[in-house]
Write a protein that binds this ligand. Sequence first.
Ligand SMILES: Nc1nc2c(c(=O)[nH]1)N[C@H]1C(S)=C(S)[C@@H](COP(=O)(O)O)O[C@H]1N2
Ligand SMILES: [Mo]
Length: 481
Amino acid sequence: MSVNGKRRLLGAAAVGLGALGAGELIAATQGGSVIDGFGRLLADTAPTPMVEAAVARAGRYDKEVTRAGVVLGAVAATAGIAALPDRLRGLAVTGLGAGAVAAALRGANRSAAGAAGGIAAAGVLRAGLRRAPGGFGGGLLWAATGAGLLAGAETLIRRADQRHADRVRKIGPMGSHSPIPEDGFGTEPGLSPLITRAGKFYVADVNSRPPRIDPMQWRLSIGGKVAHPLRLSLDDLAEQAVEFDAVMVCVHNTAGSGRAGNARWLGVPLTALFAHAVPEPGATRLVTRAVDGYTISLPLEPLRTGEWPGYLVIGMNGEPLPPEHGFPARVFVPGLYGQYTGAKWLAALELSDDSHVDYWWRRGWPSEPIWVRPQARIDVAACATPGFGGKCTVAGVAWAPPQGVSAVEIRVDETDWLPVELGSEIAPAAWRRWRTVIDLSPGEHTIEARVTSRSGETQDGNVRPPYPLGPGGFHSVTLYA
Ligand SMILES: Nc1nc2c(c(=O)[nH]1)N[C@H]1C(S)=C(S)[C@@H](COP(=O)(O)O)O[C@H]1N2
Ligand SMILES: [Mo]
């Protein structure tokens, strides 16, 4: 490519950054976001193998990586447009602009006003590309302005999210003031607390940022194939809520990773809701519908009878659900993986027949809910005098919801499995802490852990990827004794 050609592409890329910055800032003033919308578009349309690879690599930074990917993608797309023949360029700019508007309407905080950001981005893009960017200095100015506008937009969005989170917290305590549960282990450096604080609890969803739902306006509608449709406020729900302890696990939680958390939840038993709404004959599925257009559906019968105890959850660890964990309400059936257990940010519960098609099914995941595969995680593996061998502490958490954990064992260098001490069980569906002290010879050792559930199932060591039935394999760490 000629020097001029390269310069033109770089100049166009700079214009792209400027246009995106302008659009994002305008969208942010209207409560929306072009970038989050494009991120959601990506999550909704990327082929499943690509999503799986991205989740595996990005880990807990998946949202940041998605947003950065959108910015890079927009910049690359503008450079690509500049390389097009003149007659196609106008068309491509219009296409990208339309994409930006569609994206702004798609984000978790979909706002019609936010679409103004998309329109602005398209306008700036068109004008900027028409006038050949004025050489190196001009390109730099576009890029710097774009970066500045993006930073401004990010600040506005963060402030709005913070204000919303503060408002949610001010709703006040949710649940009894029952003391924090104890398992007899106290605190141990490096060992997960029995209850995962909201700020430490993993966040997994298809959005870049949580929707901001106004607690005063919000009502949950329970409808579809029911004899008595209901519309309930947060206060109505709080009256009937009970507390329960349970671990929530993402299907992407491979051995040893942190996509699992244990909390004291507050929720209305689904059996009580169904008793009020009265399902009609022909209702076979409970569709949990979120404000962001996401749905998860569950078979109705086991939930109606209580065979699977499910809850409409409104509180977490004594507080309202934080925005990122689904404020104002979510459905949770302990023992089912997060992506099957019910939607966060509920708009409606709908009883339907089998014709409903779920978000994940379209993406190739099984339609039957997947139960959490029992797993033991090693949080601590440390020796008193590294280099000299001797006493080493190994500790962690294990879960087997909903039946509960009956035993955890570890093994050193693939020798015999050894039992460990268990903390007391606060609830079968919750995680259980474990620890042991072993004597090791000086040098490097491999430690593995496995759990046995109360139903008698012992974790096997077969390594499986999360897709399509949940991950498998032992958590294994290397310890220098
Ligand atoms: N509305 C909505 N609900 C959702 C999701 C989502 O993307 N959108 N993701 C599900 C998945 S995959 C998981 S693992 C859990 C995660 O809940 P958490 O973020 O509170 O840990 O929420 C579930 N509920
Ligand atoms: Mo998940």
